[in-house]
Write a protein that binds this ligand. Structure first.
Ligand code: ADP
Ligand code: MG
Length: 238
């Protein structure tokens, strides 16, 4: 069974086409990384998968469910953004549980999901703190925690570490790899950092102007890029 499938997916903003018929199969539990220059459509594709952006034509399925036109809340996806807008007046625990509470989950259930997420992210000692008393890395972990508590089948990350300094980026990269190992969910991760792409990915998708240029395992793209454009992103000469 496939984790996530895109079939001839097209996106137009008014008359301007930005995604030109993307076909992609991501296996259940696979860590898939999108790379490509600014403006090539990485965020748009993620937002279409999340249901935050309408799909102009083509189909998106998760497992065996066609979610092309499904409500975002019913897709089984959760997205982590580059800027993590935490509620300043709420504690870490409240920030992580807020979405579930709003969706009508009872107190005990919210508490158990938050405690599971905080164990995975090593935030147990910080549950009663307010965001301002956290480091940048801890805040980004809370943002990831908000996604975990929802128990999604697919996690979508849009350059989640680009606002962090170099040292923290490495620490969070290790954290995200551990999270993937532990949860085993399908993950789609956008980055412009080649090291992140090489170390995290099972599969790398190189995008260019709204089309897939090449797809493959990191070492495959590294050793055998189809062209100079791909080589430029994966860091070996063509
Ligand atoms: P990336 O994330 O790879 O940098 P985006 O997906 O943000 O690229 O953008 C892809 C293209 O779609 C760009 O040309 C961008 O200007 C355009 N675009 C994105 N969002 C909108 C929108 N809401 N309205 C019009 N054009 C958009
Ligand atoms: Mg983007």
């Amino acid at each position: 069974m496939s984790g996530l499938t895109l079939q001839n997916v097209v996106k137009k903003f008014a008359e301007i086409q930005v995604i030109h018929g993307v076909d992609l199969d991501i296996d259940d539990g696979e860590f898939c990384v999108f790379v490509g220059p600014s403006g090539c459509g990485k965020s748009t594709l993620l937002r279409m998968i999340a249901g935050l952006e309408e799909t102009t034509s083509g189909a998106i399925s998760i497992g065996d469910r066609d979610v092309t036109n499904a409500d975002p809340a019913e897709r089984g996806v959760a997205m982590v953004f580059q800027t993590y807008a935490l509620y300043p007046h709420m504690t870490v625990a409240e920030n992580m549980g807020f979405g579930l509470k709003m969706n009508g989950h009872d107190k005990a259930e919210v508490k158990s999901k938050v405690s599971e997420a905080s164990r995975i992210l090593q935030l147990d000692d910080y549950l009663d703190r307010k965001p301002k008393a956290l480091s940048g890395g801890q805040r980004q972990r809370v943002a990831i925690g908000r996604a975990i508590v929802r128990g999604p089948e697919v996690f979508l990350f849009d350059e989640p570490l680009s606002n962090l300094d170099a040292e923290l980026r490495v620490e969070m990269r290790v954290e995200i790899a551990r999270l993937h190992k532990e949860i085993g969910a399908t993950m789609v991760y956008v980055t412009h950092d080649q090291v992140e792409a090489m170390t995290l990915a099972d599969k790398i998708v190189v995008l260019r102007a709204g089309k897939i240029e090449q797809v493959g395992a990191p070492m495959h793209l590294y050793r055998d890029p189809d062209n100079k454009f791909v080589a430029g992103f994966i860091g070996s000469p063509a």
